[in-house]
Design a protein around this ligand. Sequence first.
Ligand code: UT7
Length: 324
Amino acid sequence: MTRRAVVVGTGHYLPERVVPNAEFSTMLDTSDEWIVSRSGIERRHFAAEGEFTSHLAIHAARAALANAGLDPSQIDAVVVATSTPDMTFPAVATQVQAGLGMTRGFAFDVQAVCAGFVFALANANGMIMSGQADRVLVIGAETFSRIMDWTDRSTCVLFGDGAGAVVLEAQAGTGSADDRGILSTDLNSDGRYGDLLYVDGGVSTSGTAGCLRMQGREVFRHAVEKLAATATAALARAGLAASDVDWVVPHQANLRIIRGTAQKLGLPLERVVITVQDHGNTSAASIPLALSVAASEGRFRQGDLLVCEAIGGGLSWGAVVLRW
Ligand code: UT7
């Protein structure tokens, strides 16, 4: 018997305020046409004043638990992927734990920027496979609007706020690629590229939160190549190939990157979940948001093969192959 981490529930939350591209042209030298043609983004959500990453995460967590038909007391661990925590510490995951009324189990954050949810899923999978936990709530939650430089048109039009969550549950599998649940993972980082995408502040340096800085063209160049490679590597580890994939659920940063990666994998766009037009780049929240939106639309059937892939600051990138 092999323990498998099966997705038994999904949920998401988006702040109320929707900001269309047109709003940026009133304060910056930019246009809806530029933003749509270069990124595919049409709108994004921004958190309200006083609305924090933990609040978004708690909403998404409640939705995922309701979808799974589970009570918070049945969860052993909460893992939150975020680069925009409410405070330097405690971890957002412990705020979520308290918000849900959980008084047992453990909770911690994972920081791998836009690849954070993939890293968190891989971590939760390891805890489930080793028997450390039977049910893990894995959340991606971000308020990137809080680290934007509103005078930098090359970054501030790209990001948004939101949260998505999944409940993973240990189930018995056979060890074959026909099992439901997470079948394989592939994680990578290369710190030599840290200056391509970073925040120019922090606790130990400036003592401030800082603003996001990105060499977009360079990150783009790495993205298509590394995303296709990590998806292929994760599939190979499960004894599968791109031709076996029913759905790609990519990090939602740029429609051109999503298209380019699908093309490299030889997969048609009809098999790719795309939400970037509505959410913008929500960093670690983008994959669980896309998963939850697609699941709520009934797009996945039990037994479908999904590959999630993401890249972000670090650079860090990775993929998770799972059967729905
Ligand atoms: O989530 C983590 C991973 N992040 C990513 O994957 C993001 C990767 N990068 C990208 O998505 C793209 O590189 C961007 C969307 C950021 C930019 O698209 P691009 O096609 O690479 O544009 P560019 O940076 O090469 O800029 C082209 C031009 C520049 O003008 P010049 O130098 O050609 O005269 C920019 O100054 O577009 C200009 N530009 C803008 N113009 C209007 C940059 N931002 C804007 C803007 N509105 N908002």
